[in-house]
Design a protein around this ligand. Structure first.
Ligand SMILES: Nc1ncnc2c1ncn2[C@@H]1O[C@H](COP(=O)(O)OP(=O)(O)O)[C@@H](O)[C@H]1O
Ligand SMILES: [Mg+2]
Length: 405
């Protein structure tokens, strides 16, 4: 009861905002599992913003897990963050309907989950660059002493200037002992670290694990483990080693491959200890690949059309392919396994249900319909317009419905 009092008293500290009077709601841009997000015109600032309104009941259930711990709410966390690779939150508060809301810069771009799925020119050209940008966002986040707990492609947007932005601080907790206690099992199933699944003590290393799964997926379009659509399948993380990334990309920069695989280690003590430790070899691999690209004769590296496509990790890989497999026949490229699409695997989110965790689907519209594989021309009003007004998935089976609490 005290918790409820505190929860609502937090809300009442600021005047409640009538969303419809304050904003012109232009269109829905996405629905995560915990909120609704609109592109909106803010009548007060005159800015185009992203307005995120949190689901009241689900937020209350999540917050109720931290009774007595004085956990900051999502808006309080988000507003403190100041990094080029983290979405800027401009304001937060409570609506007249008692919902928490956040006002953010509107990021015009593509969800990373779309880029992973499409593997379009943008992704092929900038993959390693995006990996570094995401790593820097997480490093900053960890230095600010938070654990994100939900690093996955759906919580990342890449804007039209090829800048990556980490979004969604709904599951963030302080990196302090009370929040690291066993049992606090939330996140997106396929990206969850083994110790989280096993309800053991957690640390920032769960983000290092999720980041490594994300990097693996960005490079290969598949997950290190098979589909994680049921809790049993997720438990594979505990029982089987991940598929070596070099089996799918035999010509990958070895340092890059080994760095990612170490981030996927079963036991947190075997993983990279900090994001800074992991980023160091990733940056070295990035520079090596850039140098290789620069050393190639111009006619070979010249990108087909776009000036934005010069930093191509994969282009240089392509050039190395022949030499390496000739030298080392056992490194022959194995065919990508069919039917390994990752499409559904980031759509299952473990909800904050301490006693009986179930896998539940998200209704994020970003994974429902796919825009064209290549970017439309620049004059397109918004690259996220294609994400607007999409209906939540109807294909979720009852077991995975996120309607139940
Ligand atoms: N600042 C933003 N700019 C543009 N789109 C956004 C922004 N924030 C969120 N979105 C869209 O809304 C979706 C849901 O947002 P998210 O913060 O992940 O909500 P949830 O906590 O419910 O998962 C995102 O996947 C993205 O498509
Ligand atoms: Mg989200």
């Amino acid at each position: 009861m005290n918790f409820l009092k505190r929860f609502f008293s937090k809300e009442s500290q600021t005047p409640h905002v009538n969303i419809k009077q304050r904003f012109e709601l232009i269109g829905r841009v996405g629905q995560g599992s915990m909120s609704k997000v609109w592109r909106a015109n803010d009548y007060v600032s005159g800015k185009m913003v992203a307005l995120k309104v949190l689901h009241k009941q689900k937020t209350l259930e999540l917050e109720s897990r931290f009774i007595g711990l004085n956990k900051p709410i999502e808006g309080e966390i988000a507003i403190q963050l100041n990094h080029p690779n983290i979405v800027k939150t401009l304001e937060h508060g409570t609506t007249t309907e008692n919902e928490q809301f956040l006002v953010m810069e509107f990021v015009e771009g593509y969800s990373l989950s779309f880029l992973v799925e499409s593997q379009n020119q943008d992704m092929r050209a900038n993959c390693l660059n995006y990996i570094i940008q995401l790593g820097e966002a997480i490093q900053y986040f960890h230095e600010e002493n938070w654990i994100h707990r939900d690093i996955c492609p759906r919580n990342i947007i890449v804007n039209n200037e090829h800048e990556l932005k980490l979004i969604d601080f709904g599951l963030v907790v302080p990196n302090t002992a009370p929040f690291q206690q066993p049992g606090n099992r939330t996140g997106t199933a396929a990206y969850m670290a083994p110790e989280l699944i096993k309800r053991q003590k957690t640390s920032q290393k769960i983000d290092i694990f999720s980041y490594s799964v994300t990097c693996y997926e960005m490079l290969t379009k598949r997950l290190p483990w098979d589909a994680a659509e049921t809790l049993d399948a997720v438990l594979q993380h505990i029982n089987t080693p991940p598929e070596d990334i070099q089996n799918f990309l035999p010509d990958i920069n070895t340092q890059l491959a080994e760095t990612i695989m170490r981030g996927l280690e079963l036991y947190p003590q075997d993983r990279w200890q900090t994001m800074a430790d992991m980023l160091q070899p990733l940056k070295e691999a990035f520079h090596t690949e850039q140098q290789k690209k620069e050393a190639l004769p111009e006619k070979i590296v010249k990108p087909p059309a776009s000036p934005q496509t010069t930093s191509t990790h994969k282009t240089s890989q392509t050039k190395r392919k022949k030499t390496r497999s000739e030298k080392n026949p056992q490194h022959k490229k194995q065919p990508q396994k069919p039917g390994k699409s990752t499409k559904n695997q980031d759509t299952y989110r473990l909800q904050p249900d301490q006693t009986s965790p179930e896998l539940k689907s998200s209704t994020d519209s970003t994974s429902q319909e796919k825009p064209p594989l290549e970017k439309p021309p620049q004059e397109t009003p918004s690259k996220t317009d294609h994400l607007i007004k999409k209906k939540p998935s109807s294909k979720n089976n009852p077991k995975n419905s996120d309607e139940s609490p």
